[in-house]
Design a protein. Structure first.
Length: 174
């Protein structure tokens, strides 16, 4: 690959990584998985890409003094998030078709500010449940915020993912 091609390749991979980060977060919210697993995938693939390709990166951007930091950021966000997004995507979209329903007691209640384009700043309730030994935070729409202290349980409809991590199909407050 020529230097000019690499100058196009590295920023492209970086922005694809940022783009895939958004979709990964959406899938992560609907997957019951410990946050350490995606974090380790990002770190491991970022370090592997750094080890394999740093020499080319350094030859492309040789004029920066902090080249190692820029390279690590590029590899973690680019290659790490792309690899993790592929993992999460495969687990989510190639899951079993058989659904199961279970009810879980709400352990903690909190809220986040967020929403869509026109609802920025509205409070969305977050309920924490203990799902098979894993604490999972479930984010609901802002309509549930007013009555968030009245809800006692969450009914989940789940599927088993390709890699064994359960996928949330539907969630209902009781």
């Amino acid at each position: 690959m020529t230097q000019k091609q690499r100058q196009i390749f590295y920023p492209t991979i970086f922005f694809i990584g940022i783009f895939s980060m958004y979709f990964q977060i959406q899938i992560f919210r609907n997957t019951i998985i410990n946050w350490l697993i995606p974090a380790l995938i990002i770190i491991v693939f970022g370090i592997i890409a750094y080890g394999i390709d740093f020499r080319n990166f350094k030859n492309t951007y040789f004029h920066y003094k902090t080249i190692k930091l820029y390279a690590l950021i590029n590899y973690f966000i680019g290659f790490g998030f792309i690899a993790c997004s592929i993992f999460m995507f495969m687990n989510y979209h190639f899951a079993d078709q058989k659904n199961k329903k279970e009810s879980y007691k709400i352990v903690e209640r909190t809220f986040i500010r967020g929403g869509t384009k026109y609802r920025i700043g509205e409070q969305q309730p977050v309920f924490t449940i203990n799902y098979k030994g894993i604490k999972k935070e479930l984010v609901f729409k802002h309509q549930y915020f007013e009555k968030m202290n009245q809800y006692k349980t969450v009914e989940l409809e789940t599927r088993n993912g390709l890699f064994g991590f359960d996928i949330l199909e539907n969630k209902k407050l009781n």
